[in-house]
Design a protein around this ligand. Sequence first.
Ligand code: SAH
Length: 225
Amino acid sequence: MTARMRLQPEAVGIGMTSQRVRDRLVDRLREVGIADEATLNAVRVVPRHLFIDEALASRAYEDTALPIGHGQTISQPWVVARMTEVVLAVAPKKVLEVGTGSGYQAAILGALGLEVFTVERIGDLLRQARKRFRHLGMNIRTKHDDGRVGWAEHGPYDAIVVTAAAPALVDALIDQLAVGGRLVAPVGGPGGQVLLQLTRLADGTIAQEELAPVSFVPLLPGMLD
Ligand code: SAH
């Protein structure tokens, strides 16, 4: 664990077995191409089983998305790790996540010492995520809102991670990206989505790159309790 990882060990509540299965997940992520050591270390220290229902806890360290209620999912570890290493490459300090869901992706970013802001449209999911952050002693700023408008008050952000798919990139989010900053987002419909990386260059223009085919739940308008 590096000095930047500030999880309280007593809050994690895991035995040797859990640490071993988590280490196996890290090995698996390496095999599928995740190379950034800080990202892999964050996966090693953040207890994913605390971000899902107890009934599914035995599957927490499989490289698969799992249901979290309200028709939503905790993202597949590979995709969380990939988005994390992609934004870490620009050495961000402040990051905005759209789509808190279980809170796992936000916790990974928080464990890396980033200042994390996260927005979720479903109040019930956000309340559960807040409890998890508190339990782990993580200071993550949350907001119940339609995240398609971003969180302008705290912008611009060095990194923006969107964890739900829209048919097209959302301009309001791109506007909140700092110079040198990077946004990663799944874009596309049910027919197929691709993970896009956008980087705001020194002259203000945006460079865009396609990273991989992915499958996310949709980015939806409005808010729910
Ligand atoms: N990052 C999450 C992934 C959750 S799935 C995790 O690590 O668990 C995507 C989440 O995006 C869902 O919780 C969904 O409710 C949320 N979402 C969808 N549209 C949204 C919007 N417009 N604003 C904020 N959150 C949204």
